[in-house]
Design a protein around this ligand. Structure first.
Ligand SMILES: Cc1cc2nc3c(=O)[nH]c(=O)nc-3n(C[C@H](O)[C@H](O)[C@H](O)COP(=O)(O)OP(=O)(O)OC[C@H]3O[C@@H](n4cnc5c(N)ncnc54)[C@H](O)[C@@H]3O)c2cc1C
Length: 457
């Protein structure tokens, strides 16, 4: 008889007939840990709230950290002033990542901010721990207890069994309005696909030999058929000082059912592989030695979103309409991916800013639920201009403050002046003479100061 390697005894177990459901209670339950949910959770924790942050992915960070987005957009206004329009989470994140050289700023029509996705993901995890937010990863919504618009609890399916989270208030930061949908409240879907992308980070590049963005886009357009590419334009975001780039050069569908979504993911990776073959063939000096470091999770732009108290319109965006209850702002162009080959890109003039009102993050019929991020209410074009990460973070911050003011009661009854004061840094002063911009400058629908192109961008 050989000597046993260990004295650990093993028990044989079976699942009890009435397996216990794990229970958690918080002041606030945030569903979705992308940039919007993260901003909401950290803000609420900073207000002293007990926050539970739940995500279906096994990690935090949503698309920001896991879909290889690679670039913060919509945080700054247009040049030459480049005003910072959203503060909050970015005021802490950017300096931290600057120190480790995981961030760099590009000054073009606006400032966009390159970031290393691993560094951002890690920063988010550390912030969650520091703030005392309770993270729950790998948990998908199974059932919502909705008492006439007042959500009481959500049960999640996890690989370890069921988890029931009860809370005084909820934020739907799921990107696909999953919490609103599962609550039985109205949602919106576009009549045709708004395309997502399979992003990929490649390494081993020679950026010095890379084509100019316009040349690259034209070349994709000219060779798309030969390589079987759905999208006929594209961008490569080179990280300064490194031999890597994120490729944003594919279009993939973003279905709302399990099998379709899984199939689309594989088709997306095939598109990414085709793009890399194209780059290696056409630009060997820049991409000849490129290898894939990482395929991102499927990138989803506009899938399903809430039917809100107010639907933000393209006209309100173009005219920079300022609402009484504005809660976020940006100057990002209309960037609508509603066609397989390319997308609409409409850039605004230098002093343009547009706003998102509280009504657009308030699901119709909800009492203690707000949305934040890419699933808030807008028409297709309006939403395309506010779903970038700057305004998504601002919406998360505002949702946390609004629900803090509501203190478990109806959000509809909060003092919006108090809310405005709390989020002043993200919406600017109320009065134009204080630098708040023109109040409700109801410009004609097709402003001459805008430029409409079908992007090679
Ligand atoms: C390819 C692509 C390129 C883009 N490029 C840029 C860019 O360069 N710059 C920029 O600023 N923006 C860009 N955007 C837009 C931006 O990335 C997104 O709109 C933004 O990240 C959305 O953030 P969010 O927090 O609203 O949602 P997400 O990041 O989508 O987070 C939602 C989270 O909710 C979770 N979830 C969903 N359903 C459930 C459920 N049922 N139960 C539990 N959890 C659930 C998901 O797992 C996910 O983690 C791009 C988008 C795409 C798709």
């Amino acid at each position: 008889m050989p000597h046993p390697l260990t004295d650990v005894k093993i028990h044989t177990i079976t699942k009890p007939r009435t397996a216990a459901v794990e229970e958690l209670h918080g002041d606030l339950c945030v569903v979705g840990a992308g940039i919007a949910g993260m901003s909401a959770a950290l803000t609420a924790a900073g207000l002293g709230r007990r926050v539970i942050l739940v995500d279906a992915l096994p990690m935090l960070g949503g698309q920001c950290a896991n879909s290889l987005i690679g670039l913060f957009c919509g945080v700054y206004g247009n040049g030459p002033d480049y005003r910072q329009l959203t503060h909050g989470i970015f005021d802490r994140m950017f300096p931290a990542l600057e120190q480790t050289q995981d961030l760099s700023y590009n000054h073009r029509h606006t400032i966009t901010v390159n970031y290393d996705e691993h560094a951002v993901g890690r920063w988010m995890e550390q912030e969650v721990e520091r703030a005392g937010v309770v993270p729950v990863t790998g948990a998908s919504i199974l059932e919502v207890e909705n008492d006439a618009g007042h959500l009481r609890a959500v049960t999640f399916a996890t690989r370890f069994g069921l988890l029931r989270v009860s809370a005084d208030s909820f934020i739907d930061a799921s990107g696909d309005a999953a919490l609103t949908w599962e609550s039985g409240l109205e949602c919106r879907v576009p009549e045709r696909t708004i395309w997502g992308s399979q992003q990929v980070r490649i390494e081993g590049l020679n950026p010095a030999a890379a084509p100019e963005p316009k040349e690259l886009a034209q070349s994709v357009h000219d060779h798309a058929e030969d390589y079987g590419l759905i999208r006929r334009d594209g961008l490569a975001f080179f990280f300064p000082g490194r031999d890597t780039a994120v490729l944003n050069m594919t279009h993939i569908e973003a279905p709302l059912e399990a099998v379709g979504a899984s199939e689309a993911q594989l088709r997306g990776k095939d598109q990414a592989d085709r793009v890399i073959r194209f780059l290696k063939d056409q630009y060997p000096a820049a991409f000849g030695n490129a290898t894939v470091r990482f395929y991102g999770l499927p990138g989803r732009r506009q899938t399903r979103w809430i039917a809100g108290e107010h639907q933000l319109t393209e006209h309100e965006v173009r005219s920079g309409f300022r609402f009484e209850d504005s809660i976020a702002r940006t100057a990002w162009p209309i960037e609508l991916h509603d066609q397989p080959e390319g997308y609409v890109w409409e850039q605004f003039d230098s002093d343009h800013v547009h706003y998102v009102p509280l009504g657009s993050i308030t699901p119709r019929g909800a009492v203690n639920l707000l949305a934040a991020g890419r699933c808030v209410d807008g028409d297709a074009a309006a939403l395309s201009s506010v779903r970038v990460m700057g305004p998504c973070a601002a919406m998360g911050e505002a949702a946390a403050h609004a629900l803090d003011l509501a203190d478990g009661g109806p959000v509809a009854e909060i003092d919006t002046a108090e809310l405005r004061d709390r989020i002043r840094a993200n919406i600017g002063p109320d009065r134009p003479q204080d630098g708040g911009g023109a109040d409700n400058p109801d410009k004609p629908e097709h402003s001459e100061n805008t430029e409409m192109v079908h992007a090679a961008h």
